[in-house]
Write a new protein. Structure first.
Length: 232
């Protein structure tokens, strides 16, 4: 089997699924240690007027089989509002240092609450407070107003007054529950493209597609992937 991380081209006979390759490239970007956030991806949602809106988010889980990715956010943010109305989403990874791009298109659904709870519990303590502190995407009068809001909310959570949350001794840190308005989205791709940079702009490219049928709140029935090589 060809190693996706040493391959400079996609194999002549395309792999039966793109998921292993995409995951191998993501893992490789971590191993290379060049980028601060190798799991950063652009997430594009569509607003109520049909206007696409892109921003970066972090891929916190990449599940090869049955094939979905997870990112975390505020459920009252613009992106989450867009997804409530139209759950179609596009994600793009680009690792400049290795000349690789992965594009995914599919549907987003909220992660099961227990999964968001479990992930939230692993977050850095100060970041847990940050999730309570910011009403992501809402207007803000000033930076000072935000800092005051964060301290007010931290105090409500039982955190003693401190200039810097990190200076609070571990023993004095109350357990912070997950805010109900914060959690994961699972993105189920129905289309994935793998791209490898080539000399003279003769890049290597293939797209895989599969059927995707919503089964319940957070799961889909998925079909087999079919791959097609594309001109660059
Ligand atoms: C590298 C990077 C990673 C980010 N990761 C996340 C993330 O995982 N979740 C998130 O909600 N916002 C993340 N952000 C902030 C978003 O890009 C965006 O500013 C925020 O989510 C508000 O977007 P919205 O108003 O379109 O919902 C990240 C920003 C950068 C630059």
């Amino acid at each position: 089997m060809i190693d996706p991380c040493s391959a400079t081209r996609l194999p002549t006979k395309l792999p039966s699924t793109p998921m292993h390759w995409a995951k191998a490239w993501l893992d490789d970007a971590f191993k290379k240690g060049v980028l601060r956030n190798p799991h950063a991806m652009t997430a594009v949602t569509v607003d109520e007027n049909g206007q696409p809106a892109g921003r970066m988010v972090l891929c916190k889980e990449f599940v090869v089989d049955p094939g979905y990715l997870v990112f975390y956010t505020n459920y009252k943010s613009d992106k989450a509002r867009h997804l409530e109305n139209n759950n179609k989403i596009s994600l793009v990874f680009y690792w400049d240092s290795s000349g690789r791009q992965v594009r995914l298109e599919g549907e987003a659904v909220r992660s099961p609450a227990e999964e968001s709870d479990a992930y939230f519990a692993t977050r850095d303590w100060a970041s847990q407070i940050g999730a309570w502190g910011s009403d992501q995407s809402s207007p803000l009068e000033s930076r000072a107003a935000l800092i005051a809001q964060v301290s007010r909310r931290a105090m409500k959570l039982g955190v003693g007054a401190a200039k810097n949350l990190k200076s609070i001794a571990v023993a004095d840190r109350p357990v912070i529950p997950r805010p109900p308005h914060w959690g994961g989205f699972r993105v189920w791709p129905r289309r994935i493209e793998l791209w490898i940079e080539g000399a003279d702009r003769i890049h290597d490219r293939a797209r895989w597609e599969r059927s995707l049928e919503r089964r319940d709140d957070d799961a889909f029935a998925v079909g087999e992937w079919t791959g097609t090589r594309l001109q660059p």
